[in-house]
Design a binder for this molecule. Structure first.
Ligand SMILES: [Zn+2]
Length: 369
């Protein structure tokens, strides 16, 4: 009985994107703009300690919101903060979830030990946090997703404790991932025009602030506060306005694609370049999940690098790889402890029976203790 029910869910799921594209116009009604940091958390600070990330992110966020309201009065703009206020990371996506927003934009400024590091980049949730996402908050998240429009009646009997349910749920997350990638690509396309010209591209990372968002969600890094030329650009009001306009143009482009059913789960808008093997980032909002030391699940080892749609990946969208000798070792998931990784492994083995737990420290696979 259970399997039959799950099969029906699966069929419904597969139909939904098709229906959305063929006969309904989905309006983008609400956007949540999240100015990074705030209050007691200054975010990244300039080398001379005089300039703080939280001030730049707030200025650009408010400008972006204003531009959206002016051009699209029917769209509701919600800020996670509109003043110098401390908001915990989990609270930020929680606000977006509660608001049932259609898009979540978290705005940040980067920092690196190497002062030469410069440029803009946009992150989407990656490294497959989704499996532990399901473990930690499967009930809460599934309730939010299932509350949407016509889902609730169809999903009666959905049991988050049944492994098959996780797989269904991760399909839903992939649908958001592809919209996130689509928006992220628009953002980088616009930001690349300047004033911070170096385009570091669209990337994936295990970002806590995006982790639980139940809508397309990105984190934009406007430049490096640790780089003197980026900083000089970021501090000028005219440049902040220009960046807000770039984000607004990206938003308009995304809105058009979103509302005509493109860039969704079936019409994948590929990022401008393949997602690279991203070294975990140092800035604070990412450090919280300690992305430099974690457990992950190795799914395969191959001698040639795979492209995003390689059959060997079996449709998996959130993964990373490490080069070890002649091999590219593909892995998925960022898990802080081994118990969490074991739970994720059970789910992943349904698709990759050979999968096993690995430990990663400083971007290198190390022996399990
Ligand atoms: Zn930040």
């Amino acid at each position: 009985m259970l399997h039959k029910v799950l099969l029906i869910f699966f069929c419904l799921l597969l139909q939904m994107p098709l229906q959305a594209q063929s006969n309904s116009r989905v309006a983008l009604r609400k956007v949540v703009i999240d100015p990074g940091h705030g209050g007691k958390d200054p975010g990244a600070v300039s080398i001379n300690k005089r300039h703080r990330e939280k001030d730049i992110t707030l200025a650009v966020s408010l400008m972006l919101g204003k531009l959206i309201k002016e051009s699209f009065p029917e769209i509701e703009v919600v800020y996670t903060r509109s003043t110098d206020l401390f908001i915990p990371l989990d609270k930020r996506s929680e606000i977006a979830n509660k608001e049932k927003a259609d898009l979540f934009i978290s705005i940040h400024v980067n920092s690196a030990r190497a002062r030469s590091a410069s440029g803009t980049e946009t992150f989407v949730m990656g490294l497959d946090k989704s499996s532990s996402n399901l473990e930690v908050s499967k009930l809460e998240n599934s309730v939010i997703v299932l509350e949407g429009d016509n889902y609730s009646t169809k999903y009666e009997g959905f049991d988050p404790n049944v492994p098959e349910s996780y797989i269904i749920f991760s399909l839903l997350q992939n649908a958001h991932l592809e919209h996130s990638l689509s928006f992220a690509s628009f953002v980088q396309e616009q930001l690349a025009k300047g004033p911070v010209k170096t385009n570091r591209g669209v990337k994936q990372a295990g970002l806590l602030v995006l982790w639980k968002a139940t809508m397309p969600a990105v984190l934009v890094e406007l430049g490096f506060i640790s780089n003197s030329s980026d900083l000089a650009v970021l501090l000028k009001r005219a440049n902040q306005e220009s960046m807000a306009r770039s984000l607004f143009t990206a938003f308009s482009n995304f809105k058009r694609v979103y509302e005509t059913g493109g860039g969704g789960s079936l019409a994948v808008s590929a990022p401008s370049k393949p997602l690279e093997n991203n070294k975990p980032i140092l800035s604070e909002e990412k450090k919280i999940i300690n992305s430099e030391e974690y457990y992950s699940i190795q799914i395969l080892a191959v001698t040639k690098r795979l492209n995003n749609n390689a059959p060997d990946l079996k449709g998996l969208k959130q993964y990373d790889y490490k080069r070890v000798g002649a091999f590219y070792k593909y892995h998925t998931g960022v898990h802080t402890d081994r118990i969490e990784a074991s739970e994720a492994l059970k789910v992943i083995r349904r698709k990759f029976p050979q999968a096993f737990i690995i430990r990663i420290e400083n971007n290198t696979i190390v022996p399990l203790k």
